[in-house]
Design a protein around this ligand. Structure first.
Ligand SMILES: NC(=O)C1=CN([C@@H]2O[C@H](COP(=O)(O)OP(=O)(O)OC[C@H]3O[C@@H](n4cnc5c(N)ncnc54)[C@H](O)[C@@H]3O)[C@@H](O)[C@H]2O)[C@@H](O)CC1
Ligand SMILES: [K+]
Length: 470
């Protein structure tokens, strides 16, 4: 599990270490980890460290201190290092170490003539607020085009929300300390981080503000059938999706539901659509009892009835696409244990905002809707979010931009339905589903552009690999 903590949590975790460990020990760990990551980055970009040129942008706080100590470390290993001061005074010990190792603090004009291979953003870290002060903005503007390594975080992002309401650093690599922050995992700030590397500085941390599942978490969560399993104990998932306008959505949702995680898949819909479904999936059966429903994908005018009928069963329901618009009159209650699976446009319609507004603050808006409906919300995007009404949140880090393809979401809806039927709770079903779907998309993309059918086709293989890890 990757875990992200808030600024307050990080500061609280640092406090006992600052009190008990030798002065500067924590910063030395952070700065050394940073310098090692910068060395690797220089190797990647130019094949060698010796003779490389690194420019530090140094703000007034400890984030600048990290940059200066890392600069000293690099200077001692043959890297030419310069620093531009952005603030009234720099971290005194960092500055002494830096100049002692041969580093020089220069004006911006001289820094531009230096032609740096890399810029280190040590402007602000967890002490920063959104936006950049004019001197920092001007320096970054003048240096545009030079790759940036962000120290702890790209300066200017909102650390605890992942929002980027104001100008900020765009990094190629972010070296973050102690734990992830919401901003290193959640868009739009995560996009500004580039690649993220975590340096362990020995913090003892409480329950995280946000988590990201990794393969071994998924392996642990996936229910593997026991020796005495039969198809009903493994759970039955029902699909109500597709319409005469969008019959393909029924096939794709059933394809996702046929992940193999449920013991049986039922399809309920018009005969013409049901015939096509059974033509493709002979193992799919008709109406009957289910342990979870997946409803709404391509449901068009039938979506309202699909949702109402599914909710009448008192089992968990995945509510997708056209069905989301009918939540208001559906009579849903928290007891229905719903998973809502909107994309940004659909969430925007639910909250009465523009799509851009949702994309600028996806976590905030997903939380709002999760609270309003007392349901788990899976907000689809490059970094899909899964938010529980009790405040827990996960972000998905698998996947590829190729997943942005028609019908991809229909497969996900069916897959989450099958995971619910197999016994996962809505929060786990949604986050495991998003992880598997992303991984299947990435696997499909290895052999070229992806269509929804090929995502579904890769699901069983991915599940097989993950469960064999245990
Ligand atoms: N506390 C510790 O011992 C450790 C801290 N570490 C580093 O220390 C950082 C936090 O240090 P600080 O608490 O000193 O805070 P920062 O260095 O993040 O920020 C310093 C100050 O900059 C000012 N500032 C805020 N927004 C600004 C903006 N947009 N432009 C310019 N200046 C702005 C504020 O006055 C703020 O207090 C972490 O992000 C990490 O890099 C690491 O060295 C690990 C150990
Ligand atoms: K920074």
């Amino acid at each position: 599990m990757r875990r992200a903590h808030t600024v307050e949590q990080v500061r609280a975790a640092e406090q006992p270490l600052l009190e008990t460990q030798p002065h500067g020990a924590l910063m030395a760990r952070a700065a050394t980890g940073l310098a090692v990551a910068v060395t690797a980055e220089l190797h990647r970009r130019r094949g060698a460290t010796y003779g490389a040129r690194v420019l530090l942008l140094v703000g007034p706080g400890n984030n600048g201190g990290d940059a200066l100590h890392a600069g000293a470390w690099l200077a001692r290993r043959g890297v030419a290092v310069r620093a531009v001061a952005l603030g009234p005074a720099l971290h005194p010990e960092g500055l002494a170490a830096f100049t002692g190792a041969g580093g020089r603090v220069v004006a911006l004009a001289e820094a531009l003539r230096f032609h740096a291979d890399l810029v280190l953003d040590g402007i602000v870290g967890i002490g920063g607020s959104p936006g950049l002060r004019p001197d920092a903005a001007a320096a970054l503007e003048a240096l545009s085009g030079v790759p940036v390594v962000a120290v702890d975080l790209p300066s200017g992002v909102d650390v605890d929300t992942g929002e980027t309401p104001l100008p900020h650093v765009e990094a190629a690599l972010t070296v973050t300390f102690g734990t992830h922050k919401v901003a290193t995992l959640v868009d739009p700030a995560a996009r500004a981080c580039g690649r993220v590397e975590l340096v362990d500085i020995g913090l003892e941390l409480p329950a995280p503000a946000l988590e990201a599942l990794e393969a071994y978490d998924v392996a642990r969560l996936l229910p593997v059938p026991g020796a005495t399993a039969h198809k009903y104990t493994r759970g039955v998932v029902g699909v109500r999706a597709g319409s005469s306008t969008y019959p393909g959505a029924a096939l794709l949702c059933v394809a996702g539901a046929s992940s193999g995680m449920a013991g049986m898949v039922r399809f309920v819909g018009p005969d013409a659509v049901a015939d096509r479904v059974r033509g493709h999936f002979p193992e799919v059966v008709g109406p009957g009892r289910v342990q979870a429903w997946a409803v709404g994908s391509g449901g068009d005018a039938d979506a309202e009835a699909m949702l109402r009928d599914a909710l009448a069963d008192d089992v968990p329901v995945v509510v997708d696409a056209d069905a989301l618009a009918h939540l208001h009159h559906s009579g849903s209650t928290p007891r229905h244990r719903m998973v809502l699976t909107p994309h940004a446009g659909e969430l925007a319609a639910l909250v009465g905002e523009s799509r851009e507004e949702v994309e600028a603050a996806p976590l905030r808006h997903a939380r709002r809707i999760a609270g309003h409906w007392q349901a788990v919300v899976l907000l689809k995007g490059a970094r899909t979010l899964v938010v529980h009404p009790d405040g827990r949140a996960r972000v998905n880090t698998t996947g590829t931009p190729w997943l942005a393809t028609a019908g991809s979401g229909d497969v996900l809806t069916g897959l989450v339905g099958s995971l619910l039927a197999s016994g996962l709770d809505p929060f786990d079903a949604a986050s495991v589903g998003a992880w598997l779907h992303g991984e299947a998309g990435s696997r499909a993309a290895e052999s070229g552009p992806v269509v929804a059918t090929t995502i579904a086709r890769h699901l069983t293989g991915i599940i097989g690999e993950v469960t064999h890890r245990m």
